[in-house]
Design a protein around this ligand. Structure first.
Ligand code: 4NP
Length: 158
């Protein structure tokens, strides 16, 4: 079953929140023994081709979570390719719903809707603290998402 779950994590620039979200969700799924596909993208074209922000790389490195991504913009085909598209905040969700094609098959939701309904705040113009908070939020949201899709029985691996 897990082979059929594919997730696209989406934010605005695809250099701060969603590459961290992609890295963390991959890591948590692997710890649980779940084989899922995870990618990330941005609603904007601002940073296409760029590596993740240095602060995103730093927080992942500190927590020993591998991060590797080249920024890209969301494509219409993503709505047919992925089973789940997870938006970091409400503005991202609105933009996704605007670009969603008629034949979309992906479930498009605020990632926070799997836990507490909270958005992941944009850390771009702040300090390292914001990136630490994004990382911790992504760990909680990854667990909440995987609990919802696979059930809590897959928990328990440190
Ligand atoms: P992200 O953060 O959406 O989490 O990747 C941002 C990155 C870049 C910009 C805004 C937010 N920007 O305006 O360039």
């Amino acid at each position: 079953m897990s082979q059929n779950v594919s997730v696209l994590v989406v934010c605005l620039g695809n250099i701060c929140r969603s590459p961290i979200g992609e890295a963390v969700l991959k890591h948590v799924a692997k710890e649980r023994g779940l084989d899922i596909t995870v990618d990330s993208a941005g609603t904007s074209n601002y940073h296409i081709g760029e590596d993740p922000d240095d602060r995103s790389v730093a927080v992942c490195k500190k927590n020993k979570v591998p991060i590797k991504h080249s920024a890209r913009q969301v494509q219409q085909a993503d709505f047919r390719t992925f089973t789940h598209i997870l938006a970091a905040d409400e503005a991202n969700l609105r933009n996704l719903n605007r670009m969603k094609p008629r034949d979309a098959t992906a479930e498009v939701r605020l990632w926070g809707s799997y836990l507490d309904g909270e958005a992941i705040p944009d850390p771009y113009y702040g300090g390292m603290n914001g990136f630490e908070n994004v990382f911790e939020q992504c760990v909680k949201l990854s667990n909440a998402f995987l609990d919802d899709v696979f059930g809590t029985s897959t928990q328990g691996v440190e």
